[in-house]
Design a protein around this ligand. Sequence first.
Ligand code: SAJ
Length: 420
Amino acid sequence: MRFSKICVIGLGYIGLPTATVFAQHGVNVVGVDVNKHAVETINQGKIHIIEPDLEQAVAQTVAQGSLKATMTPEAAEAFLVCVPTPFKGEYEPDLSYIQAACQSIAPVLQKGNLVVLESTSPVETTEQMAKWLAEYRPDLSFPQQKREDSDIRVAHCPERVLPGQVMRELIENDRIIGGLTNKCSQAAANLYRTFVKGECVITNARTAEMSKLTENSFRDVNIAFANELSIICDKLNIDVWELIALANRHPRVNILQPGCGVGGHCIAVDPWFIVHKTPDLAKIIHTARLVNDYKPQWVIGKVNEAIIAASQKTGKGVADIKIACLGLSFKADIDDLRESPALKITAQLADKYPNQVWAVEPNVTALPQKLIDKNIELVALNQALQQADVLVLLVEHKEFKSASITNSNAVVVDTKGIWK
Ligand code: SAJ
């Protein structure tokens, strides 16, 4: 069966690109968001988020009428739930956005519909979503009640695209599809085959949920290993970058890179969904989170030492030392400052050293208000290189990699090893 009309709930970093790619492939797409500004922006053919190649695809699909945004769902053949799954309190997953999405689509659900959960979710959430839908639509049958004979099919198909490469990875990556029954899986696989060139691999819903959490936990654990090595090597006066390059010459070793911490909306979040569910069992996953979350504090400690060294070197008082933080985004060559350890470090340094902190971020034209309020000044790279007493390299942006610091007199804290 080919899907001719679908409804995508949540038009954020995943929902909007997904809706747009379906619209580019001949599907009539209704995108739904509670954010009026997002809806209006999209209907003008523009975007409210940043992702390469997305804006022109939105402009094209809105202009040809295959994509439109609204605030309330419409009847369709399939519904994709792409809403946030943040925490409430100490790492407890907050599923209220998924529940709200169920409430909003329930009135327009029809026999034969498919509902897919794309949001990264704790194990058993797809089953919970089907229970909520059944509660709101007792007149329809769901897989937990009628198995393969259900009126509504329900599946999980986690998004796995890398921010910055979403439009390419959406099409090329394999998709893991976990239906509540085999027919649910088949229906979801048919839907994604509309545009996915990778394989649509079928499993059950719990395994699909766990596979997404596992992918991001794998990366978190491996980054934690690199971060722990960097702290050990600093103590032992060993160059961790050289060490990792040497160890990676072994055919079965592939260590990731240390940095100032792990940020973004996925890798620092998803492992907690496993830890919260099985706290006594998820020991390595939990420890990795703690190691990575500790790294910004360790970096601040190194900056404190560098400030004292710069004060001794220049004869200036500590309060006269200028500190330039290079990079604010959560990873290289993007402008996304949310959940960024670099931004957190910069803000904390400004609290401790008021009026002494400059920020260099080639990917933004203005600082977030929170940093402006701390009297942090956005300056050009050259100014920082020439005039700062301490340079804190936090993110390996391409502009920094190609810069030379040989003429700088600053004391350097290089968390990415680009200026060795
Ligand atoms: N980082 C390091 N060292 C490294 C690699 C990354 O410190 O060697 C840091 C980055 O600087 C950043 C954080 O880790 O702060 C996360 O960056 P990332 O590039 O590893 O991942 P994300 O968060 O942009 O996207 C991840 C991807 N997951 C995997 O690679 C397993 C992506 O495919 C997922 O779709 C995405 O999470 C998501 O939405 O879950």
